[in-house]
Design a protein around this ligand. Sequence first.
Ligand SMILES: NC(=O)c1ccc[n+]([C@@H]2O[C@H](COP(=O)([O-])OP(=O)(O)OC[C@H]3O[C@@H](n4cnc5c(N)ncnc54)[C@H](OP(=O)(O)O)[C@@H]3O)[C@@H](O)[C@H]2O)c1
Length: 324
Amino acid sequence: MWGLTSIFPPAPSWNVEQVPDQTGRIAIVTGGNSGIGLETVRELLRKNAKVYLACRSEERAHKAMDELQRNQLPGKIEFLRLDLASLHSIKEFSEQFLAKEQRLDMLFNSAGVMNPYVGPETKDGYELHLGTNSLGHHYLTQLLVPALQVSAKASPDRPPRVCFTSSIAHRATSPKGFDPTDPTGLHTYCYMPAHNRAYGTSKFCNILSANWFQRNLGAQNIVFTSCHPGILKTGLVREWNQGFNTIMMPIIEAAIFYPQRMGCITQLYLNTAPEAATKGGSYFAPWARQVDPLPLARDVGVQDTFAKWVDEQVTKHMGQPVDL
Ligand SMILES: NC(=O)c1ccc[n+]([C@@H]2O[C@H](COP(=O)([O-])OP(=O)(O)OC[C@H]3O[C@@H](n4cnc5c(N)ncnc54)[C@H](OP(=O)(O)O)[C@@H]3O)[C@@H](O)[C@H]2O)c1
């Protein structure tokens, strides 16, 4: 049942018109130049937020900003370069952001890659899905905690929020969920294609991150959640239009893909709806419905194992872990 309603969800009972006014509030949207991220930015600007477009390509960021500015939305937008496939770029991004702003009210960890193959690696040598989607976003969130803490103190009745965009595909993680001796799970189980396992594990780790942060920082009045945004016609499958997929993708898209603009509903609900401020540690499915993730995502031992693995990787490449 969980699977079916995540693929064919009931009609939304909450919509983006309900995003409260965001005047004076600051957001970061990773991957805000495309797909779900772009739609999220659009709605935040419509409600007067100041939004940092955290993207790896300045050219694609400006193309998106030009499109958004044509709509004459009242919010403010600024580009800051972020390549989640590089720990140094993440550090540089956070330093630049913290030099510009003291507070952070909403962090949308929305960027992601999903390739129909495994092989490419991040700049630091991690499998691309795990390195970009999971390690990158966990490290970024750690570095931005000081700004979240400022907001938590400054606006106790409107706590800052962080949403990790996961996926229904998190269910394709390995039987242990996350295993530091085989972080992608590619070597210890093989009952589905490697790219599905790598992507699934990376999206499972997004839920581990949200739950780990909630457990460790929730008491400081910061709210961490995760979600499956729906199955949406975005740029995510751009690498899939090759070979046999050129025939299959249009059929699959017509059967189960929803319009891109609907992809922002669930994460905007989690990061802006007043009633969602009590939902720390929850996992949501489209459209803004609380559901249960894979039970392993609730396992504090697995969450701690992943967080410890991140700290070890950060120490290896950056000299020391982030001191929270
Ligand atoms: N679409 C779906 O059906 C679906 C379903 C479940 C979950 N999701 C999740 O939704 C999120 C958004 O995906 P989408 O569907 O909106 O796809 P999308 O249109 O391809 O957007 C992905 C965004 O991530 C950015 N990105 C990729 N690698 C990056 C890196 N190294 N550093 C910084 N940014 C990077 C992309 O930047 P470039 O433009 O530079 O490539 C793009 O802005 C992803 O986390 C995905 O896993 C999507």
